[in-house]
Design a protein around this ligand. Structure first.
Ligand SMILES: [Fe+2]
Ligand SMILES: [Fe+2]
Length: 132
């Protein structure tokens, strides 16, 4: 993970690492032309990780008074909805071997923690130094 996304809060940084790992696994499975039900299984794991992580992050934003919380929560909601759509799409029995549309949708996964940049900056400036 790029250092600009590090929050200095171990729990959040570790969650980001795990999310990136699983997101990468999804994309690798798609690239390797794994069967869609295998992709589905990894997408479910990603969805569960994200749901938990977003709850933690939103609590963190409330506690620390992050000023852009509403916009940030909207991004979380949209991402969760996208991954939820991937969950159902990968279960579709009519899905062809080579669904380019679906593959295109998966490409956003390589930027899955990018939206946290401003939050990371805020936490580094306002919270993580308090622990030292
Ligand atoms: Fe976030
Ligand atoms: Fe995050």
């Amino acid at each position: 993970m790029d250092t600009e996304y590090l929050t200095g809060i171990e729990e959040i940084d570790n969650q980001h690492r795990e999310i990136e790992e699983v997101a990468r696994a999804v994309m690798e499975a798609v690239d390797a032309k794994d069967k869609w039900h295998i992709v589905h299984y990894i997408v479910v794991r990603l969805y569960e990780l994200l749901r938990f992580h977003f709850t933690v992050e939103e609590a963190m934003m409330r506690i620390t008074g992050f000023p852009e919380i509403d916009e940030h929560k909207r991004v979380h909601r949209d991402m969760l909805a996208t991954v939820e759509r991937m969950k159902s799409a990968t279960l579709d029995p009519n899905l062809g071997e080579d669904s380019d549309i679906l593959k295109k949708q998966f490409s956003f996964l390589s930027h899955i923690v990018d939206h946290d940049k401003r939050l990371a900056e805020f936490l580094v400036d306002n919270v993580s130094h308090l622990k030292k």
